[in-house]
Design a protein around this ligand. Structure first.
Ligand SMILES: C[S@@+](CC[C@H](N)C(=O)[O-])C[C@H]1O[C@@H](n2cnc3c(N)ncnc32)[C@H](O)[C@@H]1O
Length: 215
């Protein structure tokens, strides 16, 4: 959320700060460790925090966002030859879009975010993936995780939106559970490229579903 806010409100400072980073393992671990000391971390500016996350994303192994139980970033150094750490063109384009389209960012539970939504609106949901196998139990991007009860709660919300005349589109992995859960809607199976998987053989094309309640 902070990265989005900084791109919207202070993209030039962000671009400037990104330029300081080095693609070296010692430097990488030094930047990664910053969240170990809460006191020190809280003294970083919003721009420095956003710059750190973008740097780690561009230089860590497979661009994986992974944290330990304490919520500390723990993906290892990625050994890339020429990572695009300062992508000025894209950052400025996104900044321009966020401002021209008057985008607002909300950080909250999916039910709260769509409260008061009007008929005719469009919602896209990109929830945490339902795990494809029991070994692929990577269900959470944060400490909380997102279990099947959560997937069902989201489906109920989709029903509510559908009854209200709101269009929704949702993506997830193509598990039997998800296909069954959304059986009353249009379920399209697509091949999605996934660069992020801890197991190399599972990287590449993975079946996903696109669920929607409109033509
Ligand atoms: C597959 S990721 C979506 C990534 C996003 N589309 C992006 O490009 O950054 C799933 C997201 O759902 C968020 N999430 C988990 N539980 C949630 C909840 N109850 N309400 C809203 N978002 C939730 C996770 O924090 C994670 O960022």
């Amino acid at each position: 959320m902070n990265v989005y806010q900084v791109i919207k409100y202070d993209v030039e400072s962000l671009i400037k700060d990104l330029a300081k980073h080095k693609n070296q393992p010692e430097y990488f671990y030094q930047i990664r460790e910053l969240d170990r000391d809460k006191e020190k971390y809280s003294r970083l500016t919003q721009v420095e925090k956003a710059s750190r996350i973008i740097y780690l994303n561009k230089t860590c192994y497979n661009g994986l966002f992974r944290v330990n139980r304490a919520g500390e970033f723990n993906a290892p150094f990625g050994k890339y030859r020429n990572p695009n750490i300062v992508n000025e063109i894209t950052l400025r384009a996104v900044n321009n879009y966020f401002n021209k389209a008057k985008i607002t960012f909300l950080n909250g539970d999916f039910e709260d975010v769509v409260k008061g939504i009007r008929k005719g609106s469009f919602v896209y949901f990109d929830p945490p993936y339902d795990p494809v196998s029991s070994s692929a139990n990577f269900t959470g991007y944060d400490k909380g995780g997102f279990n099947r009860a959560e997937q069902e709660r989201l489906k109920k919300l989709c029903d509510t939106l559908n009854n209200k005349g709101v269009k929704f589109l949702l993506s997830n992995s193509a598990t039997d559970f998800i296909k069954h859960l959304y059986r009353d809607y249009r379920v399209e199976i697509i091949q999605a490229k996934r660069a992020i998987n801890s197991k190399g053989e599972l990287r590449g094309e993975v079946d996903e579903v696109l669920v929607r309640n409109f033509e």
